[in-house]
Design a protein around this ligand. Structure first.
Ligand code: GLU
Length: 553
């Protein structure tokens, strides 16, 4: 047996499966030309953050629009950073936003798909099989350096402003013999397995990032760690093995990984794998004090995706917003294709922002208002109720107690050519509907300020007599107008403006008093529709209440 082979057997006596076995177990995927295979590969370190959701959305979209595959892989090789239920939190986060996976983890412990296991901690024998093969080829070696030795090296390199890491003279165990390795292992010494990097100091690597374009960097010369002391892989090594065996075509990830691409490309080459395409996403930015900074987990509540659930942004609206962040051409497309399905948009990975998309909560609210305005009353009812069940018990009860009434409220000015855009998120609904429910409205009213109290009482007293239970919508406003004229108001604002001294006000002021009496507000959706929903008896009761309130002022 040659030395390398002996070393491999010494380090991995129990690993019997070979890379060829795994190649057979995970064959090339049988997909149509141009189909893209992507993955979301988070560490289970806690809640899903907006940047992660955005990456997952882009990865999903790239796969979906090419009839490819999108899968969820959990990168749990760093046990120190893991939180309890970390996987469930990610699975729930994706579910909440409708980002469905084709393969991967479906709960804390379960998974689906033929290319698993999809949790790195379950893949140790696979990684070890490939490391064993690298050792056999003389491309990896055990390194027994202690933490103390490593920190001395690090300090010296820092002091001398040298490239930090293990290479050249620092790679003390590069040429360790089998005998010495055996002696140390028998003595209970711990070791990592390092790559024997063939990189040259003068070497360069070039690659074309799908988003960032041509990139050239120095070649990797570091003997990076492949397997840690506990036999689990480093991120770099697991990335190469997993993305190869899971047949990922496009590695879409945060651009903090760009500097590691030379290591990754070298690993792919030494392992004999075809490298994937890389698409590095720039971080989402936020404007602050005239400048820009990264959206921050620490400073921005909207960085946690739970924020969007709690506030009640529907997932359809979040998708719309994520797509505007992903491709700036989406907004124009949406304007030109108001009713089209978002799936019809031709998403392009290469058209993503190199500089980093700008997060803007006001824009999100606008996008969401537009989206909600396209839903029908039934859909709004279902989605608000679902949200309220978790987030607003009082509202939930009102909505389910009288479903028909709630739906008639949501039907106001909906389904027409120019639907209103009052609701940006389900958290706005309680306020939006409050005057329809005695449980939500305290009966306080803002009356118009340009009319006297007596004028307002006069309007309400008279209107109470004129208002009919079944007025048709086309008759409603003319009746208000005729009454306004009888009481000395101009029949249109224009007329009033021409000759303000001749009138007490105009018909809009009169309608304003009716509006305030019925709803407490100066601005509402269509008043006729509101009165219809409230019902005749309630409307008359509110007029009486308003008259009494005015008399008491
Ligand atoms: N586990 C890595 C992270 O959470 C994944 C990076 C990648 O997508 O390759 O940052």
């Amino acid at each position: 047996m040659d030395n390398n082979k002996q070393m491999a057997e010494l380090l991995f006596p129990n690993i019997t499966k070979t890379p060829e076995d795994y190649e057979t177990l995970y064959p090339a995927r049988n997909l149509a030309e141009g189909a893209v295979v992507t993955r979301f590969a988070p560490s289970p370190t806690g809640f899903l953050h907006f940047g992660g959701l955005f990456a997952a959305f882009v990865e999903k979209t790239a796969a979906r629009t090419t009839s490819g595959v999108f899968y969820l892989r959990i990168e749990d090789t760093d046990k120190k950073r893991e939180v309890e239920n970390g996987v469930s939190l990610i699975v729930k986060g994706l579910n909440d936003f409708g980002i469905e996976i084709d393969e991967g983890m479906t709960s804390q412990t379960e998974e689906k798909g033929a290319y698993g296991p999809y949790m790195q901690s379950r893949r140790t024998p696979i990684y070890q099989s490939y490391v064993k093969s690298l050792v056999e080829q003389g491309l990896a070696y055990p390194c027994f350096m202690t933490e103390d030795e490593l920190s001395v090296i690090r300090e010296n390199q820092e002091a001398d402003k040298l490239l930090p890491g293990i290479y050249g003279e620092y790679a003390k165990y590069r040429d360790i013999t089998v005998e010495e390795a055996k002696k140390r292992i028998d003595a209970g010494e711990e070791y990592v397995v390092r790559l024997k990097s063939p990189g040259k100091e003068s070497g360069r690597v070039k690659f074309k990032d799908v988003i960032k374009g041509e990139i050239e960097m120095p070649e990797n010369i570091l003997d990076v760690v492949l397997l840690k002391k506990d036999g689990t892989p480093t991120y770099h090594f697991a990335h190469a093995i997993d993305d190869h065996l899971m047949r990922t075509t496009h590695v879409i990830r945060g651009d903090e990984w760009i500097s590691s691409v030379p290591i990754h490309l070298q690993l792919f080459r030494l392992l004999g794998f075809k490298p994937p395409k890389y698409a590095h996403i720039s971080p989402i930015m936020k404007e602050e004090n005239g400048g820009k900074r990264k959206l921050s987990k620490r400073k921005d509540p909207e960085a946690a995706v739970s924020y969007y659930n709690e506030a009640g942004y529907p997932k359809g609206a979040i998708w719309e917003y994520l797509m505007t962040l992903a491709n700036s051409t989406y907004e124009d497309w949406r304007l030109a294709n108001k009713d089209a399905d978002i799936n019809d948009f031709k998403f392009s990975l290469s058209k993503m922002s190199k500089a980093g998309a700008l997060f803007d909560i006001v824009k999100l609210a606008d996008v969401s208002k537009n989206y909600i305005s396209t839903l029908n009353a039934e859909e709004v009812y279902e989605l608000v109720t679902e949200w309220a069940r978790e987030n607003n018990e009082k509202l939930y009860k009102l909505l389910v107690d009288d479903e028909e009434y709630a739906k008639s409220i949501f039907a106001i000015e909906r389904g027409n050519a120019k639907p209103r855009k009052d609701i940006a998120k389900w958290g706005d609904v309680e306020n939006y509907v409050s005057y329809f429910y005695s449980e939500l409205w305290d009966g306080q009213r803002a009356f118009p300020e340009n009319l006297s109290k007596d004028d307002m009482i006069e309007i309400l007293e008279l209107y109470k007599q004129i208002y009919k239970e079944n007025t048709a919508s086309e008759d409603w406003f003319p009746a208000v107008r005729d009454m306004a004229v009888d009481l000395g108001y101009a029949k249109a604002p224009k007329e009033y403006k021409k000759n303000p001294d001749a009138y007490k006000g105009h018909v809009g002021d009169v309608a304003g008093v009716i509006r305030a009496a019925a709803t407490g507000r100066l601005n509402t959706p269509d008043l006729y529709e509101i009165l219809q929903v409230l019902g005749y008896d309630e409307v008359i009761k509110r007029f009486d209440d308003a008259i009494n309130t005015l008399k008491d002022i």
